[in-house]
Design a protein around this ligand. Structure first.
Ligand SMILES: O=C(O)c1ccc(O)c(O)c1
Ligand SMILES: [Mg+2]
Length: 618
C-alpha cells in the first residue's frame, strides 16, 4: 500500500519537509494548510516540486467548522471551501479533509450536518475533489468515528466519505471493531498516529504528544487490521503533532516515521522485510579514546587482561570471562574524549540481521576491516552507536562458527575475533575463580529528541523488547530511562535521555559488568588502585529501615559504596567506578532472577556522581 506523511509531522519549511519525506521513501504527503500558507512557492510550484520528488499530494487539510451551522455561517464556510477547491486544483490534490466542527455556532443536529456536508461535497465534486470527514476527539457535537460515519452515511453523497484517524479513535476509547461496518470505498483516508497513554485533556494530548506507531501505547496495528478488513486500500498516512519532532531535523524524523510504518506494515502482514532472530549476546563493547592509559588502568583494576590486539589497527581486546571490551585509539577518533562507540551483538545470522536492519532504514556502515579480512556487518543506531553483527563466540565456538577455518567461507564472515592476534596474556579468570563475568547491560545516552526513535529502532530492527520507561530524578534534571532486552536477558541495553539538550548527565554512558561476587570484585578493584563511587551514609540508614540484613552486611556495602535493591524475583547489588571521558563501569550482581537495573538507587548514584569530582563525565 502507498505510504504518506502529513507535513505537520516534520520540522522546517515546506520544501524541507517535502525533501525529507521523499528521501525517506514516502510515496505521498498530506499538505497541512499552514505549511502552504507560509511557503513562498506558488501552488503550481509546490505541485511541480512534489512531482520532481516523486510525491503525490494525497490530502489537503484541514477545512474546519463547516457543518451543522446556521445558514449564513454555512454560506461563508462554502465560500471559503470554494477558494480551497480552486487551490487544490492548482495543487493537483483531489481529497480534502474536513474535521468535525468546534464552532460555537454549530448545533447538535445530525440531519443538518449531513445536509450541509452533502452540499459541500456537491461543490467539491464540481472541482474534482472528494471530501473526507474526520471526527476530532474534541469535536463539539461529533467526536467519535462511528458518529461521523452515521453523518456521512446519512448524507449519501458519492464525493463524501470518512477519514479515520487512529489517535481520535483510540484516545476516546472507541471500539475500532465497528470500522469493519464501514464500506471500504467510503473510507476516503486513513491517518495513523500513536501516543503515550496519558491522562490529560485530549486536545493537548493530540497536539503535543502524538508519536509514530509503535512508539506509544495504542494498539495501532489492531486498528489497522480492522481498517483493512473493511476493505480500505488508500494510503497509510502518518499524522503526528509532536513538540519534539517539531524541533528535530526533518530528515531523521522522516526516516524514523518510515521505519515506524514499515514495522507496522510488517506486523499486519503488509510488508515482509527480511526476518532475523534477535541477538543472543553481547560479543563486545568498544570504547574509542584518545589515550588508552586511563581506560587500561580501570580495566586492569577490574581484573581484565589485554588478551589480543587487532592485526591492522590500534585496537586492543580486554577480556574477563565473557566480558570483552575493545579499546580503540584509532586516529580518526582522536578528537572526542573516551566514549562507548560500538557494540558487537552476537547473532545466529549476522548477514540476515544486517539485511533486516538495512531494510528498516538503518545506515549500513562502511566496512572497517583491513583488506583481505572477511567483512563484518555493521549498521548505525540512531544515536550513532555502531552495531556489529557477530557470529557467536564463547566456549562452544572457540574458533568462531563451524567452518571458520575455510578461507572465504561465508560462515567466517562475522568472526570478528579472527582479526585479533593473541598477546600471549591469558584472561585472568582462573586467578580468582570468577569466570562468570559478562556484560550485564550497556547504558547508552540518547540525544534528547531521539528517545522514542531509539526505542522503536531497537525493537523493530533488533527484535529487543522495550521494558517500562522510568523517570529518574537527577539533582540538575530528570532522566528518562528505558531498557530494551532479549527475553532471556542475554542482551540488555538501557536507553537514557536527559530532560533537555543541555543536560550533562545525558552524556554519560556505562558498561555494567555482571559478576557472581560483587563484594569480592569491589574489594579487588579498590586494592588494585581503583576508586569506587562513595555513597552517602544516609542511603545506608534508609536501607537499614527498608530491609533486614545479616550482621556486617550493610557495613560492607557502606564501606564499598555498594547499592542494594530487591524485586519480586531477587536481589541486586551494584557499585560504580569513576568516569573516564564519558564512560564509567558498574559492577553488578543479580541474584534470584532480579529483573531491573536498580532504578530506585539511580537518583542517589547520580547525585553522588555530581558531588564527587572525578566521578562525572567531561
Ligand atoms: O488538531 C487539529 O486541529 C487537527 C487537524 C487535522 C487533523 O487531521 C487532526 O487529526 C487534528
Ligand atoms: Mg487527523
Amino acid at each position: 500500500m502507498r505510504t504518506s506523511i502529513a507535513t505537520v509531522s516534520l520540522s522546517g519549511s515546506l520544501t524541507e519537509k517535502l525533501t525529507a519525506a521523499s528521501l525517506a521513501g514516502f510515496d505521498g504527503v498530506e499538505i497541512f494548510e499552514n505549511d502552504l500558507l507560509a511557503s513562498p512557492l506558488t501552488p503550481e510550484e509546490i505541485r511541480a516540486r512534489c512531482a520532481d520528488l516523486g510525491l503525490t499530494i494525497d490530502l489537503y487539510q484541514p477545512l474546519r467548522d463547516i457543518e451543522a451551522l446556521p445558514e449564513d455561517e454555512f454560506a461563508r464556510a462554502l465560500r471559503r471551501a470554494r477558494h480551497k477547491f480552486e487551490l487544490m486544483r492548482r495543487l493537483g490534490a483531489d481529497t480534502v479533509l474536513v474535521c468535525s466542527s468546534v464552532s460555537p455556532y454549530a448545533v447538535d443536529d445530525d440531519a443538518l450536518a449531513a445536509e450541509q456536508l452533502s452540499r459541500l461535497a456537491g461543490l467539491a465534486e464540481e472541482h474534482g475533489v472528494r471530501v473526507a470527514y474526520e471526527a476530532l476527539a474534541w469535536g463539539r457535537h461529533v467526536s467519535t468515528y462511528d458518529h461521523a460515519w452515521r453523518v456521512v452515511e446519512a448524507a449519501g453523497h458519492p464525493a463524501l466519505g470518512a477519514c479515520l484517524d487512529s489517535f481520535h479513535i483510540l484516545s476516546r476509547g472507541s471500539d475500532p471493531k465497528g470500522i469493519e461496518d464501514i464500506p471500504g470505498e467510503k473510507i476516503f483516508f486513513l491517518q495513523l498516529a500513536d501516543a503515550p497513554l496519558l491522562a490529560m485533556d485530549v486536545l493537548q494530548w493530540s497536539r503535543h504528544y502524538r508519536c509514530f506507531p509503535g512508539q506509544g501505547g495504542f494498539d495501532v496495528a489492531g486498528l489497522l487490521r480492522h481498517v483493512l478488513r473493511a476493505g480500505y486500500r488508500g494510503p497509510l498516512s502518518l499524522e503526528v503533532f509532536n513538540d519534539v519532532f517539531r524541533q528535530s531535523e526533518a530528515g531523521p524524523t522522516a526516516v524514523d516515521a518510515r521505519r515506524s510504518l514499515l514495522t507496522l506494515q510488517e506486523t499486519v502482514g503488509l510488508a515482509t522485510p527480511p526476518a532475523s532472530a534477535p541477538p543472543t549476546g553481547i560479543a563486545f563493547a568498544e570504547l574509542v579514546t584518545p589515550d588508552a592509559a586511563p581506560v587500561a588502568a580501570v580495566l586492569g583494576a577490574l581484573g581484565f587482561a589485554r588478551t589480543a590486539r587487532h592485526r591492522g589497527k590500534p585496537v586492543d581486546l580486554w577480556q574477563r570471562g565473557e566480558a570483552r571490551v575493545l579499546v580503540n585509539t584509532g586516529p580518526a577518533e582522536r578528537r572526542d574524549g573516551t566514549r562507548l562507540a560500538a557494540v558487537g551483538l552476537e547473532s545466529p545470522d549476522p548477514a540476515g540481521a544486517a539485511r533486516r536492519a538495512e531494510a528498516l532504514l538503518a545506515p549500513v556502515l562502511p566496512r572497517r576491516r583491513a583488506r583481505g579480512d572477511a567483512p563484518l556487518e555493521a549498521v548505525a543506531a540512531p544515536d550513532g552507536t555502531e552495531l556489529f553483527f557477530c557470529a557467536p563466540q564463547g566456549p562452544e565456538h572457540p574458533e568462531g562458527p563451524e567452518g571458520s577455518e575455510l578461507p572465504g567461507s561465508p560462515d567466517r564472515q562475522a568472526d570478528w575475533r579472527a582479526d585479533f592476534e593473541d598477546t600471549g596474556t591469558d584472561a585472568v579468570d582462573a586467578v580468582d575463580g570468577a569466570a562468570a563475568w559478562r556484560v550485564d547491560h550497556l547504558s547508552l545516552a540518547q540525544p534528547w529528541h531521539q528517545f522514542d526513535e531509539a526505542t522503536l529502532f531497537h525493537r523493530g530492527v533488533l527484535g529487543l523488547r522495550p521494558q517500562e520507561s522510568v523517570d529518574v530524578a537527577d539533582p540538575y534534571g530528570l532522566l528518562r530511562s528505558r531498557a530494551v532486552t532479549t527475553d532471556d536477558g542475554a542482551v540488555r541495553i538501557v536507553l537514557t535521555v536527559g530532560a533537555a539538550p543541555t543536560d550533562d548527565t545525558a552524556h554519560a554512558q556505562h558498561i555494567a559488568l555482571a559478576t557472581d561476587d560483587v563484594v569480592g570484585a569491589a574489594r579487588r578493584f579498590r586494592a588494585a588502585g581503583g576508586a569506587l563511587l562513595p555513597i552517602p551514609a544516609n542511603y545506608y540508614d534508609d536501607l537499614a529501615a527498608r530491609f533486614e540484613f545479616a550482621d556486617g552486611e550493610l557495613e560492607t556495602y557502606r564501606e564499598l559504596g555498594i547499592l542494594y535493591d530487591r524485586d519480586a524475583h531477587g536481589t541486586f547489588r551494584h557499585c560504580y567506578t569513576h568516569t573516564v571521558g564519558r564512560v564509567f563501569f558498574e559492577l553488578v550482581q543479580r541474584d534470584g532472577g532480579y529483573r531491573g537495573y536498580g532504578a530506585a538507587n539511580a537518583p542517589v548514584r547520580l547525585a553522588a556522581q555530581h558531588a564527587v569530582r572525578g566521578f562525572t563525565g567531561g
